[in-house]
Write a protein that binds this ligand. Structure first.
Ligand code: NAD
Ligand code: SER
Length: 316
């Protein structure tokens, strides 16, 4: 699966996905071969080599790639949907320019392979919301979604034009217990567990029947490793793959939490994130990922809620 001279750089390693990806990649490649980087040190990160890196600094990125002999880059740094709407021009700059820096490294043959995540945010209010197909109407209405859709187009273009081996997944909302989420519309489905255990109450910023596609972090990390380790000929989509785990609404997750914490109380106070959520799919057709590289999720709602509560109880 991994060659002995493979060296991994994770950009944005201190975030919700990066912490868990760093751990999992270290198991495969060895900690000393997985370089974590971010704007600042994260207390959640394991004990890997760490570099302070601003993904917008192309020269600093190049120096780190050369210094460590990096072969593979997992580029996770981005502003997500909610924070992106509050700082749209910076979201566009960060999400696009940093991607170009990484794509250019591969185009110029300094690195061999790139992972860059896209999102269900590439879809918009005119997209069919149930079992959203891989290929469909895409008119994203957030700057985040626009940047991810443009990023997908650029990834495919770099692949076709220069043979850049870039692979990507349109993650749904991700739910994990090892680190905090960073400004997404789906984050309520993480915060709810902390509050359920701490106070027994939670005020959701999405309305009770807002169904969205979600996924347990363990499944998302496994999917990421599976797509990256699949033989190149199996990766038939070089923009980004639809990926599905499960779908639920705030009411449904609250009901499932109540099976463990019977007095848990949920209230609803939708804010600006409601409009974003309303523009996204409710469920995803991921048959291309299943056929091309064998994707299959493990977690349903029952297993996800149990895993989150069990793990957070031992963490706190
Ligand atoms: P996050 O906000 O938790 O983490 C992002 C990390 O990037 C943070 O540690 C942040 O410090 C870092 N960062 C920000 N600006 C940077 C810069 N200029 N240089 C270097 N690092 C910088 O986000 P996440 O949830 O881990 O998401 C990672 C990627 O996955 C993003 O591209 C996001 O769009 C995508 N994604 C996430 C989800 C989800 O539900 N978490 C869903 C779909 C797609
Ligand atoms: N979970 C992400 C968000 O809400 C989707 O990309 O922004």
């Amino acid at each position: 699966m991994s060659a002995s001279n493979d060296k991994i750089l994770i950009i944005g390693a201190g975030g919700q996905i990066g912490v868990e990806l760093t751990e999992n990649l270290s198991t495969i490649y060895g900690s000393s071969n997985v370089i974590a980087s971010d704007l600042k040190v994260s207390p959640y990160l394991p004990n890997n080599p760490f570099e302070i890196l601003d993904a917008l600094d192309k020269n600093a990125l190049f120096e780190i790639v050369k210094k460590h002999g990096i072969t593979h880059v997992y580029h996770l740094a981005a502003l997500l949907s909610a924070t992106g709407e509050q700082n749209p021009m910076f979201a566009w700059k960060l999400n696009m320019e940093s991607l170009f820096h990484v794509l250019d490294l591969a185009k110029e043959k300094h690195i061999k392979q790139i992972y860059w995540p896209s999102s269900i945010a590439v879809f918009g209010p005119t997209t069919p919301q149930i079992n959203t197909p891989q290929y469909t109407v895409m008119e994203p209405s957030t700057i985040y979604g626009i940047s991810k859709q443009a990023g997908e187009r650029w990834c495919e273009w770099y692949f076709k034009k220069f043979g850049v081996d870039v692979r990507s997944i349109r993650y749904p909302g991700l739910i994990g217990w090892k680190s905090a989420p960073g400004g997404g519309t789906t984050d309520y489905a993480v915060h709810i567990f902390y509050e359920a255990l701490k106070t027994g109450t939670y005020e959701s910023f999405l309305s009770e029947n807002t169904t969205l596609p979600m996924m347990c972090m363990e499944d998302a990390i496994r999917a990421t490793l599976e797509i990256m380790h699949a033989p190149a000929e199996k990766i038939k989509i070089r923009s980004s793959y639809n990926l599905s785990g499960l779908s639920f609404s705030p009411k449904e997750i609250a009901d499932e939490i109540r099976k463990h914490i019977p007095n848990f109380k949920m209230s609803y106070k939708p804010d600006f994130r409601q409009q974003i959520a309303d523009s996204w799919p409710k469920s995803i057709d991921d048959s291309s990922a299943r056929i091309d590289w064998g994707w299959k999720e493990k977690y349903n709602l029952e297993a996800l809620v149990k895993a989150m509560l069990d793990n957070l109880k031992t963490k706190t």
